[in-house]
Design a protein around this ligand. Structure first.
Ligand code: DAT
Ligand code: MG
Length: 151
């Protein structure tokens, strides 16, 4: 439905490289609705919950260290099929394999500096949104162009 939500995060490399505006712009331009946004330095503890599926990977300690090294900008975007569409807009995990036109394909080179995070399933998105946001930080609002975006 049009109330589907996903978690998008600009990673430390994206913030350091001043790409926040361009990334927000892509989601606005597509027609998705921003319902939450904040900047923070994440703890390794929160990140290990976020990336719990990767605990056994050899790169896991580096991932936590890197992701907690400098600020993130985390957002919740809402709209029809937003989880799957966002993954398409973000591109393959390894920027070397990401198509031009995707965030990673336009701004990245190396897998450990791939600019953005996007939830990979509706259930995963719900879990991640609960992990990163208090419900009072998510804003229910009507976008004035709704009937021009959806039938
Ligand atoms: P995605 O971010 O596309 O969902 P993922 O969930 O498999 O990819 O991995 C999470 C992050 O971990 C990924 O964005 C970057 C890092 N990562 C994944 N594979 C890696 C690898 N082989 N070497 C270094 N970092 C890796
Ligand atoms: Mg993932």
């Amino acid at each position: 439905g049009v109330r589907e939500r996903t978690l998008i995060a600009v990673k430390p490399d994206g913030v350091q490289r001043r790409l926040v505006g361009q990334i927000v712009h892509r989601f606005e331009q597509r027609g998705f609705k921003l319902v939450g946004l904040k900047m923070l330095k994440a703890s390794e503890d929160l990140l290990s919950q976020h990336y719990h599926e990767l605990k056994k990977k050899d790169f896991f300690p580096y991932l936590l260290c890197y992701m907690s090294s400098s600020p993130l900008v985390i957002m919740v975007w809402e709209g029809h099929n937003v989880v799957q569409t966002s993954r398409m807009m973000v591109g393959s995990t390894n920027p070397a394999e990401a198509n031009p036109g995707t965030v990673r394909g336009d701004f990245g080179i190396h897998v450990s500096r791939n600019v953005v995070h996007a939830s990979d399933s509706v259930e995963g998105a719900q879990r991640e949104i609960q992990l990163w946001f208090n419900h009072t930080e998510l804003i229910d609002w009507d976008c004035c162009d709704h009937s021009s975006t959806y039938e």
